[in-house]
Design a protein around this ligand. Structure first.
Ligand code: GDP
Ligand code: MG
Length: 438
């Protein structure tokens, strides 16, 4: 699936400590292929990759401590923006004014089901919806709407299949006015393919009654067809918003990514199942996380970025590489760990990492004792731990008010820490390599 493919690309990115421009370009090429395979439209993909690349190739990203994560974050942000950034509500006329909603889309997209789903939502909001059977072509279409309306406790207006949809729509609005219904949902007929008659009929309804919201229903499973349909409906009939159905299935996810960009219209809801309660508000950020398959990890990346001082960390990394890591650095590092809200927190967010680090015991009071021992050292001792002989140890212990054994332990820990921090530095570069990423 799209998520699997993207995660593979990201896994490789995170695995590298440093990224070159070529690394990023290669990764984005793979992202591009994955999106195209998932039926995101070509134009959209091209523009998307361009935006990501422009941001990702900058020196800020490449020189950052965690370039892999930064690139993933940019991909995520650009996806959110592609899908409209913000949640958009179906626009209803204010007060008691009637709102007429016309549902359009290809046959089988989910218009009838979604009409009933929306009616239920409106009823919950205290509105008085009326469902209208305008699909006079499909056998049993009227019956299907009646059954669904009944389930929702919402009245259904129908005139059988002997009238034309324009007349039905007119009569329905009159009926709604008389019966105090303030939402009228026109469930229109679709065709299997985009078809002049279908478009003409929808235009005719729109020309004959005041339609406030034209809502296009598309089936996520149909990928590029859904996107093509969306742009045709937008051209021929004009739409105000889109509902993507069947996102509960194993969809390729491409439709959600393209539709906003192709039509310029917001995604209002998503269908998440056949049940009439399975209609959810559309959240671009959640959808992006879902496509990237990485909810928790994004939170983790943000946390690490916000609190890990990059320049300090980099300096430290350099020192560790040269095996210069001394007690001054040790002190600095203790502060970093404290700032990050405890190392346990961090590790818990990385499934699979926790157990590995459990035996490295860092509780806060131990950290404070460690600090007081280091404070008792002379600057020379701190920057050159090798000179700390037994008599110096005795003096340090007395100064810190601890046992010599504890100073000895710290000396050993210092050695151990070098190893641990090496591991940590590595982990910052490949957060989440284990666990949810396979
Ligand atoms: P219409 O031809 O556009 O009116 O489509 P229908 O409302 O008749 O829906 C076609 C089929 O898709 C029906 O079997 C629905 O139950 C199913 N369906 C609609 N929306 C969803 C959805 O969000 N998830 C799933 N799994 N099935 C859906
Ligand atoms: Mg239908």
């Amino acid at each position: 699936s799209l998520s699997d493919k993207l995660q593979n690309v990201f896994k490789k990115l995170r695995g590298k400590g440093r990224l070159s421009e070529a690394d990023v370009k290669a990764a984005l090429k793979e992202v591009k292929m994955a999106l195209l395979e998932a039926d995101v439209s070509f134009k959209v993909v091209k523009q998307f990759i361009k935006s990501v690349e422009a941001r990702a190739i900058g020196q800020d990203v490449l020189n950052s401590l965690t370039p892999g994560q930064m690139v993933i974050k940019i991909v995520n942000e650009e996806m959110v923006s592609l899908m409209g950034s913000e949640t958009t509500e179906l626009k209803l006329n204010v007060g008691s004014a009637m709102t007429v909603i016309m549902m359009v889309g290809l046959q089988g997209a989910g218009k009838t089901t979604t009409s009933a789903k929306i009616a239920g939502k409106m009823k919950e909001k205290g509105k008085r919806p009326l469902l209208v059977a305008c699909d006079v072509y499909r056998p049993a279409a009227v019956k299907q709407l009646q059954v669904n309306g009944e389930k929702q406790g919402v009245p259904v207006f129908s005139m059988g299949d002997r009238h034309n949809p324009v007349n039905i729509a007119r009569a329905a609005i009159e009926h709604a006015e008389k019966n105090n219904n303030n939402i009228v949902i026109l469930d229109t007929a679709g065709r299997l393919h985009i078809d002049e008659d279908m478009m003409a009929e929808l235009q005719e309804i729109k020309g004959s009654v005041q339609v406030d919201q034209t809502v296009l229903v598309v089936d996520a499973m149909t990928g590029q067809d859904a996107v093509n349909a969306a742009s045709m409906f937008q051209d021929k009939v004009g739409i105000d918003g889109v509902i993507i159905t069947k996102l509960d299935g194993d969809t390729r996810g491409g439709a959600a990514l393209s539709i906003r960009a192709v039509t310029g219209k917001p995604i209002l809801y998503v269908g998440m199942g056949e049940k009439l309660s399975d209609l959810e508000q559309f959240y671009p950020d959640r959808m992006a996380s879902r496509i990237l398959g990485m909810g928790d990890v994004l939170t983790l990346i943000e946390k690490a970025e916000a609190q890990f001082d990059e320049s300090q960390a980099k300096k430290l990394e350099q020192k560790m590489k040269k095996a210069e890591f001394d007690f001054n650095d040790y002190l600095e590092q203790l502060e970093q760990i404290k700032k990050m809200g405890g190392i346990g927190d961090m590790l818990n967010m990385l499934p699979g990492m926790g157990s590995k680090m459990k035996n490295v015991d860092i509780d806060e009071s131990a950290m404070d004792r460690t600090k007081s021992i280091i404070y008792s050292m002379t600057p020379a001792e701190r920057s050159n731990p090798d000179i700390i002989n037994p008599s110096r140890k005795k003096r340090i212990a007395a100064g810190a008010g601890v046992d010599i054994a504890e100073v000895n332990r710290l000396m050993k820990q210092h050695e151990q820490s070098r190893k641990m921090m090496k591991q940590m530095a590595g982990m910052m570069g490949k957060a989440g390599k284990k666990g949810r990423f396979k």
